[in-house]
Design a protein around this ligand. Structure first.
Ligand SMILES: C[S@@+](CC[C@H](N)C(=O)[O-])C[C@H]1O[C@@H](n2cnc3c(N)ncnc32)[C@H](O)[C@@H]1O
Length: 356
């Protein structure tokens, strides 16, 4: 099967396929096809030819495509393989040929669309690596490695931390450093069993692990945990989403703590109920978080990737938001503290200590 650019000799065969693809089209599909072939770039019309034409793909350059960041962006306007030649890689070969040409032209994305109930087409797109970007079922496929990484980072908090994990420890981050300093000092006098919720790359847990007999951590990001496992090979580190039931029995820990995780959790009621459930009677919960003043300035978690700033989804929690659900979960507030770094005009982190 040869994939090649369409010529005027192919017009009738392509128009026949287009009539099957768009049975409601009023246009003169043959004339329109001829115009595309004659006009040439930036439009692109390729055919799959094995003596007879078996399929075609038509691509234009649009100024805007849903979910895409670049402009102009190549857009698959029509893609067809005759029924008896489907599931033989003809459609994939057409798309791959388009990708190669688009990459040569310097594009980093390829967009497409289909009807949401067109199951075969939806499956064909996703099998070829296109991401669904909107419920209107428009597609976007990252063509470069950098775009693929950006695409993952922008997906959700978990995906963002999976990408951030490699550089999280080495990135400059005053808030992380101050939060760790405050938490390390706060944990100095505790012992027994400890759980770090949202432990990330495990830096904090490593710093305090020698104070405790048993050390555990939960995090939703596999990649952050992979970094933590390198530092703490003997710790009980588990993938867990704090928005769901936490995978540990009641009364398992003397100390539960978190640093800089609550901004990613909308429902703090569930968070505090689970923390309270895991604590032994008399156990302690320590929270070190973005200070509410800083949250109000929209200073949530963000990092740089390939020259772009990735902002993670975060929820603002005022002082009462962070304390009231803890009291409702049966915890008692023992201590509070506000901390700034040398460059700060306002407090950067807030410390809360509760007892069970
Ligand atoms: C700013 S990092 C802080 C990491 C670590 N506590 C520290 O201080 O270095 C936030 C961490 O929360 C985790 N996280 C965010 N949402 C979560 C969720 N729903 N369940 C579990 N972990 C979550 C992220 O994967 C990330 O490791």
């Amino acid at each position: 099967m040869n994939i090649r650019k369409a010529t005027p000799n192919d017009v009738e065969a392509i128009a026949r396929m287009k009539r099957k693809l768009w049975p409601d089209a009023d246009d003169d599909l043959a004339q329109e096809t001829l115009n595309i072939i004659k006009n040439g770039e930036p439009d692109l019309l390729l055919v799959a030819d094995d003596g007879e034409l078996r399929g075609f793909i038509e691509v234009s350059e649009r100024r805007y495509a849903e979910g895409c960041k670049s402009s102009p962006v190549p857009y698959i306007e029509g893609w067809w393989v005759d029924e008896s030649f489907r599931r033989q890689g003809v459609g994939a070969a057409l798309v791959h040929a388009v990708e190669d040409i688009c990459k040569e032209r310097g594009h980093t994305e390829l967009a497409s669309d289909t009807w949401f109930d067109h199951e075969l087409s939806v499956r064909a797109h996703t099998a070829l690596g296109f991401d669904v970007v909107e419920t209107a079922t428009h597609f976007r496929k990252a063509l470069s490695k950098a775009e693929k990484t950006l695409s993952k980072a922008g997906k959700d908090v978990e995906g963002a931390y999976d990408v951030w994990a490699a550089s999280y420890d080495s990135d400059q981050n005053k808030t992380r450093d101050l939060a760790h300093e405050v938490m390390q000092a706060a944990l100095r006098d505790f012992s027994g069993s400890v759980l770090d919720i949202g432990c990330g790359t495990g830096t904090m847990l490593q710093a305090v692990s020698s104070n405790f007999d048993t050390v555990a951590g939960f995090d939703v990001s596999e990649e952050m945990l992979a970094q933590a496992r390198k530092k703490l090979p003997d710790a009980d580190l588990r993938v867990a989403d704090l928005r769901e039931a936490w995978p540990t029995e009641d009364g398992s820990f003397d100390v539960v703590y978190e640093t800089l995780v609550l901004e990613h959790i909308e429902d703090l009621g569930h968070f505090y109920q689970e923390a309270a459930r895991l604590l032994r009677p008399g156990g302690v919960l320590l929270v070190v978080e973005f200070h509410p003043i800083r949250q109000a300035q929209n200073r949530g978690a963000e990092f740089e990737l390939n020259g772009k700033t990735i902002q993670l989804q975060s929820f603002q929690h005022g002082f009462a938001d962070m304390v009231s659900p803890a009291l409702a979960a049966g915890l008692q507030l023992m201590e509070t503290g506000e901390y700034s770094s040398a460059v700060d005009q306002t407090p950067r982190v807030l410390k809360l200590v509760f007892s069970a």
